[in-house]
Ligand binder design. Structure first.
Ligand code: HEC
Length: 222
């Protein structure tokens, strides 16, 4: 009567434990003993494989964990399709205007467009009023990440100056201004929006002063 405990990886990559043994002719006494040892082997087996699974999951270097990590899908590459100026005109300019407009007109008073689902003014759209100011603020905050993508050119053909130490600082300034505007929009208070709009236009012009306002366009983005 011999039992062997075996640990192995099955097809799914899980550790399995099997007890292998052979019962030969035996008397009643021996049979009850061997049943007891089968049960014991099963319990030991379960315990061993359980603890081995835990070890494997905890250690990045071995066991089932790397197999699972190896199966993780690759992160798709980022793509860049427009110049910095086009990005500014497409996202930053229209979104900032929603915040700037909230200084003069209380967003709560803006009437919906005749067909709000087709409105080109976010304040008059299905997602209008203060919600439009919230969404524009968040759009500016998130779109700041696009200013850090490698491979983008400025309109004069130069690379966006990602390697300059002040570039990421200006980008962070834009994020902070975006989150300040978001808070102001959530408060539905126009005094708060006045301050947030000022912070926003400063964040835009901090970067423009250094990289955009040039008499010769060839000098932008240096
Ligand atoms: C991190 C730097 C940076 C920040 C922040 C920034 N811009 Fe710009 N922006 C530029 C640069 C550089 C250009 C010129 C790009 C080019 O020529 O391709 C530009 C161009 C523009 C343009 C196109 C007009 C032109 O002269 O080419 C607009 C509109 C604009 N920005 C609006 C904004 C607004 C609104 C904000 C703030 C919400 C903002 N930008 C924040 C760097 C920045």
């Amino acid at each position: 009567m011999l039992f062997r405990l075996m640990l192995f990886h099955n097809d799914n990559g899980w550790l399995e434990c099997r007890a292998k043994g052979r019962i030969t002719e035996m008397g009643d006494h021996k049979r009850s003993m061997s049943i007891r040892s089968i049960v014991l082997a099963a319990i030991v087996c379960a315990g061993v494989s359980f603890s081995v699974e835990i070890l494997a999951a905890q250690s990045p270097a071995g066991g089932a964990a790397p197999k699972a990590a190896g199966r993780a899908p690759a992160v798709p590459a980022f793509q860049v399709h427009e110049t910095l100026a086009q990005l500014m005109k497409g996202i930053f300019f229209p979104s900032a205007n929603v915040i700037f407009a909230a200084q003069g007109t209380n967003p709560a008073d803006v009437k919906p467009a005749r067909d709000p689902s087709l409105a080109t003014n976010p304040l008059e759209s299905t997602y209008g009023n203060w919600e439009a100011v919230e969404n524009a603020s968040l759009a500016l905050t998130e779109a700041a990440n696009l200013l850090l993508l490698p491979g983008r050119k400025c309109s004069n053909g130069l690379n966006v100056p990602l390697q300059n130490a002040d570039w990421p600082k200006f980008v962070q300034g834009l994020r902070d201004a975006g989150m300040a505007a978001y808070k102001a929009a959530q408060s539905k208070n126009q005094d708060n929006i006045l301050m947030a709009a000022d912070t926003m236009s400063t964040a835009c012009s901090n970067c423009h002063d250094k990289y955009r306002e040039k008499t010769n366009p060839a000098d932008r983005c240096k």
